[in-house]
Ligand binder design. Structure first.
Ligand SMILES: Nc1ncnc2c1ncn2[C@@H]1O[C@H](COP(=O)(O)OP(=O)(O)OP(=O)(O)O)[C@@H](O)[C@H]1O
Ligand SMILES: [Mg+2]
Length: 518
């Protein structure tokens, strides 16, 4: 009699069933699989051709011998252990893909060992074996996540069938991983990944416009890949061998903006001991990336407009205009139309910049990209931290697919990197993700329908709110000194003022708002 046979689906099969619909949009591009995508081969990961590893734990030597021979013939590498303690040591040294565990052993109860294995290596499937079949322990084992419950003496046909099924499943997963890794590479565009129609459209736009566009505006929430898109523009254009120069407008001190952009001549102002070219000249014949262009002071906006219109810059302190031939790509996560309406951004500059406008969609609106991005991040990170991680468990995949991702791709990348650092096994599990998301688990909360941060669910902390609190905290630390606060925050004083205004704190520092609650 065989108790507790497979509960209908294996975890992998469950995964196939739930996620095939998500792939349904473009079946031709995607292997008929789960987003077991999860995993991509890494140089340090177990090669696809390697045999899966089976750990057998039983205090009866004959059972170990029989299973070692049989599983070896079926295609497993086998490690045998005669006690629970040995088994855990072996598992920590080399995570197994499958464990066969005896229910009754002198040093440990099989159910306890099952718990320990599931906690230590969540990706490891477990089969329980016993000569004393009892419905209770079978049910308990399945509840704890056991894959099968086999009785002794073995029904060898059944045993062979189970091992062959699992080996084939592991092989299928490895093939899927290799295939999806290949697809992911095909879907890469100048370092950007994306299989969603929205991202494919962005790639196509960049490809078509890059050879011609002289001024480009890139919009999108924080972490959506604006800088990456700017670089893609540069690489897809005719200037790829020329300089790509970046200036982050939120990090420049007000008084130095003009000199940073256009340069200065010796003696132009106190401290100008030598003549210096600005970023326009440095980017000559190449691309100038004006990051966070929404932070530019109005006075400088007028001068930037002139430079764009006439292709000329004038160093501070010089009357001599210089011709510059530069492609200008500006990026912002602000709604520049609203900034124009509010009088904080010049309308004429906005219309000069947005001749070619590309907006990167937030990650929550292109969830089909999550598996591909995850696969690439896991591959890169596993190689960097030298761990044989090659995917995620189906449960972990679901967590990522359903998270909110207010911080977009950057947040996903950070979560994967932290999870890889925490991981012990070959697959990242929910446990590592929980650690990677941090105690607040901001992104793990199920995704609400797309909504602006300001409309977040009660009890959540949208980025804006976190930014406001952080600014207040820094201001408290420096007793309300805004210059000092800007320094600590790594932004210009002007950028700080704008943020204070946005968070309705402009009139408050230093008094009431800054006082620490008692
Ligand atoms: N499509 C993508 N494919 C691969 N990596 C991506 C993609 N989009 C973003 N990233 C990665 O996410 C991180 C954030 O991207 P990037 O700095 O370009 O975002 P951003 O929109 O400029 O953010 P911010 O507004 O905060 O400056 C980077 O590490 C980048 O490599
Ligand atoms: Mg950026």
């Amino acid at each position: 009699m065989l108790l507790g046979a497979s509960p209908g689906h294996t975890p992998l099969m469950r995964n196939l069933a739930t996620t095939n619909t998500e792939w349904a949009a473009e079946p031709s591009q995607v292997p008929s699989s789960s987003w077991g995508v999860t995993s991509m081969a890494t140089p340090t990961a177990k090669p696809d051709t390697s045999r899966p590893l089976l750990l057998v734990v039983d205090d009866e030597l004959p059972v170990l011998k029989v299973l070692e021979r049989l599983a070896g013939r079926i295609g497993f590498d086998v490690v045998t252990c005669a006690s629970g303690a040995d088994a855990m040591r072996s598992l920590m040294r080399k995570p197994a893909d499958l464990a066969m565990v005896d229910l009754r052993m002198p040093d440990v109860n099989g159910l306890d060992l099952l718990r320990q294995i599931r906690a230590a290596v969540p990706s490891c499937e477990v089969i329980l074996m016993t000569a004393y079949a009892a419905v209770d322990s079978a049910v308990e084992a399945i509840k704890l996540g056991a894959r099968e419950y086999l009785t002794k003496p073995f029904d060898f046909d059944r045993l062979k069938q189970v091992l062959e099924d699992i080996r084939m499943e592991l092989e299928r997963r490895a093939q899927v991983v290799a295939l999806e890794s290949q697809v992911a590479r095909q879907l890469e565009f100048c370092g950007m990944l994306g299989r969603s129609p929205a991202m494919q459209e962005v790639f196509s736009l960049i490809q078509r416009l890059a050879p011609h566009a002289k001024v480009v505006l890139i919009g999108g929430e924080t972490g959506t890949g604006k800088e990456l898109a700017a670089r893609a523009f540069h690489h897809a254009g005719t200037r790829r061998s020329k300089p790509f120069v970046t200036i982050n407008c939120s990090a420049v001190v007000d008084t130095l903006f003009e000199s940073e952009l256009f340069g200065h001549v010796r003696g132009a102002f106190t401290g100008a001991v030598e003549s210096k070219p600005g970023v326009f000249e440095a980017a000559q014949s190449g691309t100038l990336f004006l990051d966070e262009v929404g932070e530019l002071p109005l006075s400088v906006q007028a001068k930037l407009l002139r430079a764009l219109e006439y292709g000329e810059v004038q160093r501070v302190g010089s009357l001599q205009p210089k011709r510059v031939d530069v492609t200008v790509i500006a990026a912002t996560n602000r709604d520049l139309r609203a900034e124009v309406a509010a009088g904080r951004f010049r309308g004429d500059l906005f219309y000069r910049l947005n001749v070619v406008e590309v907006t990167l969609p937030p990650l929550r609106d292109r969830r089909e990209d999550i598996p591909y991005l995850t696969a690439a991040f896991v591959r890169d990170c596993a190689a960097r931290v030298r761990k044989p991680i090659h995917g995620l468990t189906p449960q972990a995949e679901r967590v990522l697919l359903n998270a909110r991702w207010d911080g977009n791709v950057r947040e996903l990348k950070n979560v994967i990197e932290r999870a890889c650092m925490l991981a012990d096994g070959t697959l990242l599990s929910e446990r590592e993700l929980a650690g990677a998301f941090g105690p607040e688990g901001q992104a793990t909360r199920p995704a609400a329908k797309a909504r602006p941060a300001s409309d977040a669910a009660p009890g959540t902390a949208p980025l804006e709110e976190i930014e406001r609190e952080h600014i207040l905290e820094v201001l408290r630390q420096v007793n309300g000194n805004r210059m000092a606060a800007a320094k600590v925050l790594g932004i210009s004083r002007r950028a700080l003022y704008r943020r204070l205004e946005r968070h309705h704190l402009a009139a408050e520092a230093p008094p009431a708002a800054l006082r620490r609650p008692l």
